[in-house]
Design a protein around this ligand. Structure first.
Ligand SMILES: NC(=O)c1ccc[n+]([C@@H]2O[C@H](COP(=O)([O-])OP(=O)(O)OC[C@H]3O[C@@H](n4cnc5c(N)ncnc54)[C@H](O)[C@@H]3O)[C@@H](O)[C@H]2O)c1
Length: 270
């Protein structure tokens, strides 16, 4: 059921790779609620993914950008304002990648060049997005910028390795840039800490199925799906959340506040 809560709003959605992507579901939801946007992804992902199908469904233009490149980001923001006919009201940063995880490196055997790549792609790119948008004065007052995080920023997970540091940095950037951007332009910056979700990025982590099931049992409401996340992001882009900024918002069915649950007790009772 659509309510038009994003009617008249314009933005950019990063990170839709295929129909499982959180960004993909978000694009569909934002469109349904009346928002208009450009879609973007890294040029290499664009060749592998199906972003053009999504673009058709959302009546959106695709503008390739490697989120680690300030030049690409400058081009993306400038072109988006051109295409959409003015400044923007929302940005979704839905980007994550660790070469160490991809290549199965253990936490005690990190390749540091790759570690820096993880941080650059998954965290620093968020700062670049914010800095480029500020320098171009690309965002309207009360615009909302959201990035996606994971609870491994606060708690240790053996197989999440260097992505844990990337998420901690991402959340820290949301606080620091949120303070600056709020003061200067009334722009809001938040991260949403999402349940484990079956996507390309999620399934790339070894043992994913086990911690997906564990999180499901530890969450009174169960794991939040990608569609649930898309709904939450949509509300965060709307005027109904105007005073929310500099937060890491838990979107996890109650996981982060649970000590143990009945279903886990049942499972572990011998
Ligand atoms: N899937 C989960 O379990 C889960 C849980 C919590 C948070 N998240 C976060 O949600 C976000 C979206 O991930 P997803 O689960 O939808 O997976 P996904 O694989 O569909 O999306 C990740 C996206 O990052 C893009 N990307 C990688 N390098 C890039 C670059 N240099 N420039 C631009 N884009 C680049 C990929 O092309 C892809 O579209 C990520 O930040 C991820 O860490 C995922």
């Amino acid at each position: 059921m659509a309510n038009g809560i994003l009617k008249g709003k314009k933005g950019i959605i990063f990170g839709a790779l295929d129909e499982n992507s959180i960004a993909w579901k978000t694009a569909l939801k934002v469109r349904e609620e009346g928002g208009q946007f450009t879609l973007t992804n890294a040029p290499i992902a664009m060749r592998m993914g199906k972003i053009n199908d999504l673009a058709k469904a959302c009546d959106a233009e695709v503008i390739p950008a490697d989120a680690t490149s300030e030049q690409d980001l400058n081009n993306l923001f400038s072109k988006s304002m051109e295409v959409l006919g003015g400044k923007l009201d929302f940005v979704l940063h839905s980007i994550g990648m660790s070469p160490n995880i991809r290549k199965g490196k253990e936490y005690g055997d990190m390749n540091y060049e790759w570690f820096q790549k993880t941080l650059d792609i998954s965290a620093l790119s968020f700062h670049k997005v914010l800095q480029v948008s500020e320098k171009l004065d690309a965002l309207n007052e009360w615009a909302s910028v959201v990035a996606l995080s994971y609870i491994a920023a606060q708690r240790a997970y053996p197989d999440y390795t260097d992505m844990a540091q990337a998420k901690a940095m991402l959340e820290s950037i949301a606080r620091s840039y949120g303070q600056r951007y709020g003061t200067k332009k009334k722009v809001r910056v938040n991260t949403i800490s999402q349940s484990p979700t079956k996507t390309t990025a999620g399934a790339g982590i070894s043992g994913f199925d086990v911690f997906f099931d564990f999180a499901d049992m530890m969450s009174p409401l169960g794991n939040a799906t990608a569609e649930d996340c898309a709904n939450y992001i949509t509300v965060m882009f709307s005027d109904y959340t105007r005073m929310v900024t500099m937060q890491n918002l838990m979107h996890d069915g109650g996981f982060s506040s649970s000590g143990i649950t009945d279903s886990l007790i049942e499972k572990l009772t011998k």
